[in-house]
Design a protein around this ligand. Sequence first.
Ligand code: PMP
Length: 391
Amino acid sequence: MKGFEYLQEQLDEMKEEGTFRNLIPLQSAQGSKVTIKGKEVIQLSSNNYLGLTSHPKMKEAADIANKEYGVGTGSVRTIAGTLKMHEDFEEKLAKFKHTEAALVFQSGFTTNQGILSSILTDKDVVISDELNHASIIDGIRLTKAGRKIYKHVDMESLEQALKESSEYRTRLVVTDGVFSMDGNIAPLPEIVELCEKYDALVMVDDAHASGVLGDNGRGTVNHFGLDGRVHIQVGTLSKAIGVLGGYAASTKTLREYLIHKGRPFLFSTSHPPAVTAANDAAIDVLLNEPELIDKLWDNTKLFKKELESLGFDIGISETPITPVMIGDDALTHKFSDELFEEGVFAQGIVFPTVQKGKGRIRTIVTAEHSKEELQEALKAFEKVGKNLGII
Ligand code: PMP
């Protein structure tokens, strides 16, 4: 069919510059090992931090919900698509997060979009870290509020932005809790202090901290002992929680406002019962099986230590997201391809996701990996690293 030649041209350009990527289908369930192209490989590219995608209790909860409530809800939440289990889960989530209320969206992405596009007007300003996630950037694009971007985790730059925005009604400072490409943690205590000094609101996107940091995985706010001092905690239910969805944990006022004004919430059908039941069961897993988080961190420490002693540069990571810095885009993809030959699936991340020349293999170990699997993966890194002259 004619009409898309202009798109094809761009795809061809991407192929020429080496940034075109095919989707890579898994032929097995997500796990510490997965089957790709008929080959079993160690998985180092998922966000399945705790291995919950296949947790028996969560699968059982999903099965029961499927049987009792069917596979879909048939409506948006505000018309006929709110099941009692949706609200029960939100209450449980709020209690878990130590907040007054919580509201679940279809994904973490739409949570950020829904909040940022609805709670600010041209009387307000949003102040955002330059390396915040794409969903925050897109949410900001949808608001009529003023916009200020501060230098990555730079508190002087943030303070400057706060000083320059005193004429606005509401100043909202937004940051990722854990930055998804470098694995560093936002300096939340300093951010909160500055926001209190300048009477600004704080919003944290804890996609990569939910289930990873804080008591039982409550996130960065709890990790830093800041419960009650952060206005909006966004999280995802699709990474460590292992299922699907996003949430805003905050006040009753914000929850009620988002129910009325949050467009992705208002205009998109609610989660299927099995999704909500599995998400609900995940909170019990976090509360009852803290050893999973301990194992995640043991594996993380071991993997980071060994990578560094092999001579790799792992950047500024403080969390299970461990980038192995390579540099050149084409070399990064070559590294990833050779790792695959050695039995390891670890994707290369290059421009435009990260700056040009900052290509990296982004690894995430999970609680599911055995020590043997990690040693096997490290051997592959050593071999490929030496082959390609990185170490
Ligand atoms: N925020 C951050 C920081 C993320 O890394 C992601 C996932 N890539 C999201 C939001 C979106 O979450 P979800 O996958 O649930 O849409």
